[in-house]
Write a protein of this length. Structure first.
Length: 459
């Protein structure tokens, strides 16, 4: 495994600050795209095998993950603030402060993860009940979600390593480690779910255990690299304190992101409760559709992470005009990719839904979701491009407001109005999702072109 040196970091920095924009974006993005697909594979593989047990087992992770992400979002918001700081210090050539920021981030993520793990374990069953999870799914969901919460500290250390590596401009090393982790999950899932090769058949519980064990690989290998030397970053125990200057910066940058992400996750939890009112068929169709759309979104998430790194380092170096050019060219690239992907999803929607849950009622409902929702995906991409600019620049407040409007006013408000008040049923939910993406994408685009994010936030 290539650990990298400070000389390697200089080469990465030069490429990000001076290289051809599109080539550099793609060069940074493709390993992140692979890593995102790999990370998604945990849920996709779980979904594939659990679908063989029926829609009740398949629905357990579907109803659980919005709640899991509600707790995750607390850590993720501050993690994205870590990208802003580390990337801008690297862009400014201040490796000492980048190292200190990395150590503080690692400690902070560990502390947050422990508190989330304990809280989530005890609160998740009553919250799932309040969400109105269908009775035939609820027992499996409780079993699944509690195991995931036990393993959160291991997962969060891995997330911290990925953040630090990407901030430095190394998008490859985390991808290699995540591929090994995903392959491990792929092997363990059928063994633990169905009880092959002498293992006990654990069903939904087995899928959760396989996910936690495989994710721990990233945490252990990432920690080893950071403590033994990695691209000029070598964390020592003296770096692990959470210092006042770091907290002040991260709270300033990360609080709007954390509010936005917590609000999003809470909103998606409420969305799940609205969908749950229409039974396990609607839950399964929603789960299949979200997973299919996530696969396409993985490509733009990779590009957006690359965009955050490039914006962060270029702002740190005070290359403001180049930062604007990077955003503009990346916007056209993202829109093109998503437009092509949307057409493909629309044309193959029946086959892709049937791959996960080969039940006629689920296929019909899932196909309807995709037929309505697919055409808003390019706007969905523009919305997340705005998030990438906010995360890289550290100017997060306006995007947080747009994000809250998208979910709470447009998606949840319209879903409730159309599906429940006006009696349109699940069609009302799918239409509301589509409108929320289109409007939020246009608002994010207006903010990006206004350009008031083009100022670095480090001293």
């Amino acid at each position: 495994m290539h650990r990298g040196s400070s000389e390697d970091l200089h080469v990465l920095r030069k490429k990000i600050l001076e290289g051809d924009i599109i080539r550099t974006v793609l060069w940074l993005a493709w390993p992140i795209i692979v890593a995102n697909l790999v990370n998604m594979s945990y849920n996709l593989i779980d979904a594939y095998w659990l679908g063989k047990l029926g829609k009740e087992a398949f629905g357990a992770p579907t109803v659980s993950w919005p709640l899991i992400m509600l707790f995750y979002s607390i850590g993720f918001g501050f993690s994205r603030a870590g990208i802003s700081l580390i990337a801008q210090y690297v862009g400014a050539g201040n490796l000492r402060m980048a190292n200190k920021s990395a150590g503080n981030l690692l400690s902070f993520m560990a502390l947050i993860a422990l508190s989330i793990s304990i809280t989530g374990y005890f609160l998740s069953p009553p919250i799932l009940s309040l969400m109105g999870v269908p009775p035939d799914i609820y027992p499996n969901a409780v079993e699944y979600i509690r195991i995931i919460f036990i393993g959160i500290p291991l997962s969060f250390i891995g997330f911290a390593f990925n953040t630090i590596a990407n901030s430095l401009g190394d998008t490859r090393t985390p991808t290699y480690i995540n591929i090994v982790s995903s392959f491990t999950n792929m092997v363990l899932d059928p063994l633990f779910i169905f009880g092959y090769l002498g293992f006990p058949a654990m069903g939904v519980k087995g899928a959760a255990i396989a996910t936690i064990l495989s994710r721990s690989i990233v945490s252990f290998v990432g920690s080893y690299l950071l403590f033994t030397g990695y691209h000029g970053i070598k964390i020592t125990f003296s770096d692990l304190g959470i210092e006042k200057w770091w907290i002040k910066k991260v709270v300033s940058i990360g609080t709007p992101l954390t509010i936005q992400q917590s609000s999003n996750s809470l909103g998606f939890t409420i969305m799940m409760s609205i969908v749950s009112r229409f039974g396990s068929v609607a839950v399964s169709a929603y789960g299949v559709a979200i997973r299919i759309i996530d696969v396409l979104s993985a490509f733009t998430w990779g590009i957006n992470r690359a965009l955050s790194v490039m914006v962060g380092q270029n702002l740190g170096a005070e290359y403001y005009d180049r930062s604007k050019a990077i955003v503009k060219k990346t916007m056209w690239l993202t829109t093109l990719i998503l437009a092509i992907g949307s057409v493909f999803i629309f044309l193959t929607r029946d086959l892709t839904v049937a791959f996960f849950v080969p039940e006629k009622d689920v296929i019909m409902e899932g196909s309807m979701v995709l037929a309505i929702f697919t055409w808003s995906i390019p706007f969905f991409g523009l919305f997340f491009l705005g998030g990438a600019v906010a995360g890289g620049s550290g100017h997060t407040k306006i995007f947080a407001i747009i994000s809250i409007i998208r979910l709470w006013v447009l998606r949840i408000g319209l879903s409730y109005l159309l599906a429940l008040v006006m009696g349109l049923g699940t069609i009302g939910i799918w239409v509301a999702m589509t409108i929320s993406n289109i409007v939020a994408g246009l608002l994010a685009l207006l903010w990006v072109f206004k350009g008031n994010w083009t100022k670095r936030i480090i001293d």
